[in-house]
Ligand binder design. Structure first.
Ligand code: ARG
Length: 466
């Protein structure tokens, strides 16, 4: 496109310094808003026509011109010269170039301040839908892993110390729950994203008879903004998006941390599929979990995006200030990082190979059934606090004599409490331990099976909604 003079050049005697152009331009990154900018402008042209500002013929020419520009840009024929400032000026300039002076009527009563707010809202609505879908795909991968390995037992950990036996499926379903809350947060945030700002003008409201409700309806937004000053200066919806993205990345990072641990020789619980691992340039034997490490590392970027925008916002007087242009790279970075991470983790999780023997073996060392031994004494009417102390002493004895709890004879046990009997050994098997935890949300195989069915039903219902 030809180098257009500035849309605001009338008041200026000299041209803009090229350094200033480069410093202030947002077109190098906000070009990605073009489909939404076109969509918003088409709707606005119709509103101008209904308000009597544009004739039907004029509106028709503008709308056709905008549609052509959208096609041009779909084919990536964009010239991101900083002289164009931003995507809004670029599209308006290109429109006038294509259809002549009438293109200059599109911006009647409109400001880029409301335009950019609308574009970002339309963009975030579309991306949020994709993110919710991608979260679901990862949940499906986790549920699939869980369902395929219902009989696999691992040590559950607290403080990264072996604690109690659990089902591997139960651990995976914990991540399904985190992701369920994440998706809900994103879906809920749409209520604040889909508020239509056009008609706010630069800050005071437009002087033209724009039917804002009809405009909102056309754009599929259920609400119009209620205060023009707030409408051009609010970025809460972007902050909410970044907060939801940050929490999701935190969850993904925790999952990745576990994958990294599980894939280490020290744990050797899982094998990462080769196509999702990397090697070393020096050590020929290495197979590294770089994907999981990068996901863990990239969580920090998204937290940074959130803090960066919060910081940009905190000192702004009403209404629009150019600082707000800093929102876009933060939002785009978070979208790219989160979506890229979700997309790569789903097949990685699906491809994890489980070393069930190693997992089982790990549950047999470390007194994971000590709680069950205490529960045994409770079943014989000993107060729990006393039972805890008795078993603590027995564990100490076992450590000194290199024995497991299940290897102790009733005779040995009775030295600590008369309540021990022949039924003790059956009471403290891993299977019995799991089975007793049959509360809703517990790790008993029966409950976990139900949880998998419930998760599958949930995911199917969610998939049906969109
Ligand atoms: N590129 C600007 C942004 O992203 C668009 C709004 C510019 N408005 C203005 N009055 N300079 O915020």
């Amino acid at each position: 496109m030809a180098k257009a003079k500035k849309v605001w050049s009338g008041r200026f005697g000299v041209g803009t310094d090229t350094q200033v152009e480069a410093y202030t331009a947002s077109i190098p990154f906000d070009w990605r808003l073009y489909p939404y900018d076109v969509q918003g402008s088409i709707a606005y042209a119709r509103a101008l026509m209904k308000a009597g500002v544009l004739t039907g013929v004029e509106a028709g020419r503008i709308i056709r011109g905008l549609e052509e520009i959208k096609k041009e840009l779909d084919e990536r024929r964009l010239d991101p010269d900083p002289a164009h400032e931003d995507i809004h000026v670029y599209i308006e300039g290109r429109l006038t170039e294509k259809i002549g002076e009438v293109g200059g009527k599109l911006h009647t009563g409109r400001s880029r301040n409301e335009q950019v707010a609308l574009d970002l809202r339309l963009y975030l609505r579309a991306e949020t839908d994709e993110i919710v879908r991608e979260i679901r795909a990862l949940q499906e991968a986790l549920v699939e892993q869980a369902g395929a390995h219902l009989d696999v037992i691992i040590p559950g950990y607290t403080h990264l110390q072996r604690a109690q036996p659990i089902l591997w499926a139960h651990q995976l379903l914990a991540y399904v729950e985190m992701l369920r809350r994440d998706a809900a947060r994103f879906r809920d945030s749409l209520q604040r994203v889909t508020v239509m700002p056009l008609g706010s003008g630069a800050l005071a409201g437009t002087a033209y008879a724009i039917d804002r409700v009809a405009l909102a309806e056309e754009l599929g937004f259920p609400e119009v903004s209620r205060n023009s000053i707030d409408a051009v200066s609010d970025r809460d919806f972007a902050l909410e998006f970044l907060a939801a993205a940050s929490i999701t990345m935190m969850h993904l990072s925790r999952l990745c941390e576990e994958v990294i641990l599980w894939a280490s020789a020290e744990f050797a619980f899982v094998d990462i599929p080769e196509a999702f691992a990397t090697g070393s340039s020096l050590m020929p034997q290495k197979k590294n979990p770089d994907v999981a490490e990068l996901a863990r590392g990239k969580a920090g970027r998204v937290f940074g995006d959130l803090i960066s925008l919060l910081t940009a916002m905190k000192g702004l007087p009403l209404s629009y200030n150019r600082d707000l242009q800093e929102d876009k790279e933060r939002v785009f970075d978070a979208v790219d990082t989160l979506r890229g991470t979700l997309q790569v983790l789903a097949p990685l999780v699906r491809g994890l190979r489980v070393n069930a023997d190693r997992m089982r073996q790990a549950t047999e060392e470390g007194f994971l059934n000590a709680t069950d031994a205490a529960d045994y004494l409770v079943s014989k009417a000993l107060p729990f606090r006393r039972a805890h102390e008795v078993v603590g002493k027995i564990v100490r004895y076992c450590i000194e004599h290199k024995k497991r709890l299940e290897e102790l004879s009733v005779h040995e046990l009775r030295r600590y409490s008369r309540l021990f009997d022949k039924d003790f050994h059956d009471f403290i098997t891993i299977e019995a331990s799991l089975k007793r935890r049959g509360v809703v949300g517990g790790t008993a195989p029966e409950q976990v099976r139900k949880a998998i069915l419930a998760a599958r039903a949930d995911l199917k219902k969610e998939a049906g909604k969109k």
